[in-house]
Design a protein around this ligand. Structure first.
Ligand SMILES: [Zn+2]
Length: 367
């Protein structure tokens, strides 16, 4: 085996590092290969290594966003990586521990996640807006077209805003006079653009001084009236579930036996955090979907049935999150970090982070 690895490589020899803990392994590799052994373990963390593959460049699959030698277009790689995340064990097995972090790839992946989350929010907004648009079209016929278009456009560009597109249009029309028609339309368009950038805005003022005296009110104000994407009681359990996703990789630090022995390099935690953002998509989608299927959010996350006798959506969300995070973390621990007792590591990380966020959120109930 050692004859295949030529000592006369043209480029200078780079130091051999353990991909998991970064310990220098040149001496160990040379000695082991001199004894004719092609594989061994890292003396620091116990990771099994094949010396030849340690000397070679890390190879990543071409669909992977961080792949260094992929000919695929970046958006295609983002989609490829996202699709593979649906099979966590397969996904984490495909990623080589030795692959250096690619900031460009990680940012592209996060942009992909942000776009999908936007799509989830638009879907939830449509669930409110489309029935209203259909009803309006039935009652007001062709007059409804503009208002429906405004509502749908606002749902797509700013799904989290509390403003209604139809109301913005209606109030914008108050400003129109025969002379300033195009200016008024520009102002209306600008208000939509403002909400696309800053959907949390809570007030718009309209200049009505051009109106006939008998309906003049000088300034009209518009405040949010459209249904919010989340119920007020939905927010605590949803933020708890999402925080759990990001706390789970960090809670690995609390597991002394698996980690102090493994001495995992920080870059592996960074990678775990980046790809864990994918879990926010099913969690947010489930959080939005549950009330449409007869569940209801209660004030207290840990009750099974809410005040009005409906199943507690908050509890269902947190249980599903715990299962999802356990599977994801177990897959990463087993197939990427290659830790022993990976299932135990995954389940403990999920439960620890979940308990932590519930305690942090509900401490005023507990105290
Ligand atoms: Zn090591």
């Amino acid at each position: 085996m050692q004859h295949e690895i030529s000592p006369n490589l043209p480029q200078p020899k780079r130091p051999l590092e353990c991909p998991r803990c970064g310990h220098h392994l040149d001496g160990n590799a040379d000695a082991a290969e001199a004894r004719g052994e092609h594989a061994g373990v890292c003396t620091e963390c116990g990771l099994p290594v094949v010396w030849a593959s340690l000397r070679a460049d890390a190879v990543s699959p071409k669909w992977f966003v961080e792949s260094q030698h992929s000919s695929l277009w970046m958006p295609r790689r983002v989609i490829g990586t996202l699709v593979r995340c649906m099979r966590p064990f397969h996904f984490w097995r495909s990623i080589n521990l030795a692959t250096p972090i690619s900031k460009r790839g990680a940012i592209a992946f996060l942009i992909g996640i942000a776009l999908i989350l936007h799509g989830v929010a638009v879907g939830q907004r449509f669930a409110f807006v489309i029935p209203a648009c259909v009803a309006r079209a039935q009652w007001s016929g062709s007059y409804a077209t503009g208002q429906n278009a405004a509502d749908l456009a606002l749902a797509i560009i700013a799904p989290t805003t509390g403003f209604s597109g139809a109301k913005l249009l209606e109030f914008g029309e108050l400003e129109i006079t025969p002379k300033n028609r195009s200016l008024a339309w520009i102002r209306t368009t600008a208000r939509f653009a403002v909400l696309a950038v800053y959907p949390m805005r809570t007030r718009f003022d309209f200049d009505t001084s051009q109106m006939p005296n008998w309906i003049r009110m000088n300034w009209a104000q518009l405040t949010p009236t459209a249904p919010r994407l989340m119920w007020p009681t939905q927010t605590p359990s949803t933020t708890a579930a999402i925080s759990c996703v990001f706390l789970a990789p960090l809670s690995m630090f609390l597991l002394p036996t698996s980690l102090r022995q493994a001495r995992i390099r920080p870059r592996h935690f960074a990678r775990l955090l980046v790809y864990s953002t994918v879990l926010v998509v099913p969690i947010l989608a489930l959080s939005f979907a549950l009330p449409h299927f007869g569940a209801m959010y209660g004030d207290w996350v840990l009750e099974v049935v809410t005040l009005y006798g409906y199943p507690n959506a908050g509890l269902i969300l947190l249980v599903c999150t715990a299962v999802l995070v356990s599977i994801w973390m177990s897959a990463a621990a087993a197939n990427y970090l290659r830790l022993r007792h990976a299932l135990g590591v995954g389940v403990s990380c999920a439960l620890m982070s979940l308990l932590l966020v519930i305690l942090l959120q509900q401490w005023h109930f507990v105290m």
